[in-house]
Each structure stands twice: as C-alpha cells, then as structure tokens.
Write a protein that binds this ligand. Structure first.
Ligand SMILES: *Cc1c(COP(=O)(O)O)cnc(C)c1O
Length: 393
C-alpha cells in the first residue's frame, strides 16, 4: 500500500523534533551536529533568536497580502539585495526551481523584445542541478531526473563540464544564455575555477548573450562572499537564489540587471506567495546578519579551520577519504569508501552529512558555526572514519 506521504524520498530513520543552533535533537533525545543545515538552507542554524523574533513580529502583524498591493517587507528586502549586489531589480519566489523558471522566461523575453525571437536556447553543463520543475529538469538534463517525464521543455543544450571547445562551438544565433552554478552542489561540490567564470563572462559579452548564475546553494555567504561569483570579480546578468536566503523559511529570488529584466513588464510574470510578508521579514533578518560587519570574515576563518582539519583526516584515513574540495563552508569530501557508508557511519557518530554525486559527502554547516563546534565536527568525522575503516578491513 502506498504510504500517506508520496514515497519520492529515501529517508534515514531519524526524526528530529527540535533544533538549537548547529544542533538537531532526535525524538529519542540524541543530539546530532548538523553539518547539512537542511542542504545549505539553515544559514544561521536552527531557531536563531533574530529570525524567530522577525518571524513572530511579522506573524502578529500581517501574514499575507496579494502582490496586487505594496508589501513593505518585500520592498525592504529587495532594496537590501539591490544595495548589496550587482542587481538593479529582484523578483521573489518560494524556491530555487521557481527561480529557474523565471530566469529562463526572462532570458527568452529579453531576446524576443530585442527582435531576436529565435534566440531561445540556454546552454547548461553536465552534473548541474537547477531544481525539479519542468524547466529545472530540462535544464540539467540528466537521465536520473528526466527519465519518464518527457516530453521535456525544449531549448536547452547540455555540454560537458569544463570543455571550452565544446562550449565555444555550441554558441550560435539561437543561443540566449549560459546557465551555470559557480559551484555545483548536487553534482559533488565542484567549483568552476575563477578564471573559467571570467571566461564565461567574456564569452557571453563577445556573443551578446546573457550569463545566468544559479547561486541557490553557493550564495548567501556560503563561500565567504555574499555571492560566490564575487570571488571571480565578475557579475551575471541574471542570478537565481533560494535556500539560505530564507534561513529555513521558504523564500527564493531572481536578481537581475535593469537591461536583462527589461522585458518583464506588468503582467508578464507573477506568484501568489512569492514575496509574502512572513518570508520577506525573515529574509531581511538573514540579510542583516550575513552583511553585518565581520560575519563573512568569520565564515572564512571557520572554513580555514574546517578545511585544514579535513585535509588531516584525508591524510590519516586514505581508505575512507581521498580529497577535500569546495569553497568556504561549502565543502565536499571525495570518498574512497562508498559515500553512503560514510553518511550512515556519521549517523552512528551523531553527525549529519549530505551525499552528493561523484561519491562525495557534503559539509554545509550553518554559517555561524562556532570554533568549538568545528572542532567537535572534526572529532565526530574522525569517529566516522574509524567506523568505516573498521568495517572495510
Ligand atoms: C536546491 C537547488 C535548486 C532547487 O531549489 P528548490 O528550492 O529545491 O526548488 C536549484 N539549484 C541549485 C543549485 C540547488 O542547489
């Protein structure tokens, strides 16, 4: 018999009933160190007092009004994002995949209005992930996500990751945009080197096409900059955001330059819940925390501490771990043992990790993880490695 919940997830036998900062408490009382943070969602950890206060104050004032009217917290959050980024304008969604939908529509409308309606094609890369909507799965294109769900939304061309010749050869008079994650998340914490991101920007400029960045996972302070592309000193035309921006409350956004957004006039797009007062009040509190003086420097300091410890574990347990990669607090350990063995052994050591493609385990802790908690994480990861090594022997 089909369960009451549609069985699309492989769930671990864990049921968390409470969260406190970097900790999750299981129904049986065990305290787990949360290095997954809801897959880079709980950017400030669980039950952050500032976010709780922002949400409760908004809940007591106004939950929902339609985008038929002005929404104060939405305007405030948009202004904060515009002030802190390349963007001139913001549209709020409720998820990453909804941000993908708008990014695709915006790019197509841009060229339609520019008198080039044949420019509809968006170039994407193997291993990418852009969510589970029709546009999201068509954009990523992997067999795993698209099998059985045809016909797929047309207009995407999939290129091998890191192959410059293939990319240059793929741009023609039907190309509208390149869509890429600065660091692939689901694909296994695979960073696009800064020089490649610069190269993509130059290629887009040279061909008059748009650069769309998916910073749903790597954005909002995760790498030690507010957005990951800042490390390369470039800016996109359109950027998808979600996950960390709501700190655990459903919220996403599309950020864009005035030029790229020029086709999105009144009536061309909308959302019932997108930009609602509750989500935006929380979003403002997240932005205030992440852009506070010293916050991102602290992310970089914790990242250095974490990475150094992980390199030590890789050297010490070569039969379990083979390499560390990523940026800031978006870290991946390439495993020598099966990555699910590592994740499962982690449950025994009461530490939560997230698997990814390429036999990687992801470490995406809350950005405000403390120095002592990083030390505790390393000690629990050592215990995890001991278990996996003992089983393999
Ligand atoms: C999670 C993710 C998405 C999809 O976000 P949802 O909120 O699950 O729809 C899109 N792109 C990237 C890079 C992601 O990590």
């Amino acid at each position: 018999m089909i369960p009451a919940i549609l069985p699309t997830y492989n769930r671990a036998p864990l049921n968390f009933v409470k969260g406190e900062g970097t900790w999750l408490i299981e129904a049986d009382g065990r305290r787990f160190l949360d290095l997954g943070a809801g897959i880079a969602v709980n950017a400030l950890g669980h039950a952050h007092p500032g976010l709780v206060a922002a949400l409760t104050a908004q809940a007591e004032t106004l939950w929902h009004v339609s985008n038929l009217y002005h929404i104060g917290p939405q305007e405030k959050l948009a202004e904060m994002l515009v002030a802190a980024t390349f963007a001139d304008t913001v549209f709020f969604t409720n998820s990453g995949t909804e941000s993908c939908e708008l990014a695709v529509k915006m790019a197509r409308k841009y060229f339609f209005d520019a008198g080039q309606p044949e420019r509809v094609e968006i170039l994407t890369f193997s291993g990418s992930f852009h969510g589970r909507s029709a546009a999201g799965i068509a954009a990523a294109g992997s067999e795993k996500m698209t099998h059985g769900f045809g016909p797929l939304l047309p207009g995407f061309r999939h290129l091998p990751f890191g192959n410059h010749e293939a990319l240059q050869g793929a741009i023609d008079d039907r190309t509208a945009a390149i869509l890429v994650e600065p660091i692939q998340g689901e694909g296994g914490i695979l960073p696009l080197p800064d020089v490649c991101l610069k190269g993509l920007r130059e290629l887009c400029d040279a061909n008059g096409i748009l650069l769309i960045l998916d910073e749903v996972q790597c954005g909002m302070g995760r790498t030690g900059k507010l957005f990951a592309h800042e490390w390369a000193g470039i800016a996109p035309d359109i950027m998808m955001v979600a996950k960390g921006i709501g700190g655990g409350f459903p919220l996403g956004a599309v950020l864009a330059t005035e030029d790229a957004a020029s086709g999105m006039t009144a009536g061309t797009h909308g959302s019932t819940y997108g930009g609602n007062p509750l989500a935006c009040a929380v979003g403002c509190a997240v932005m205030e925390a992440v852009t506070a003086p010293g916050f991102l420097e602290e992310v970089t300091a914790r990242a250095g501490q974490f990475r150094q410890g992980l390199e030590g574990l890789v050297a010490e347990y070569p039969s379990v771990f083979s390499a560390v990669r990523g940026s800031g607090l978006m870290l991946g350990i390439v495993c020598a043992a099966p990555n699910m063995d590592v994740v499962n052994a982690g449950y025994g050591a009461e530490v939560l990790m997230v698997p990814a493609a390429d036999n990687v385990v992801r470490l995406l802790p809350p950005l405000n993880i403390s120095e002592a908690e990083v030390a505790e994480a390393l000690s629990r990861l050592r215990a995890t490695a001991e278990t996996v090594q003992a089983h393999a022997a």
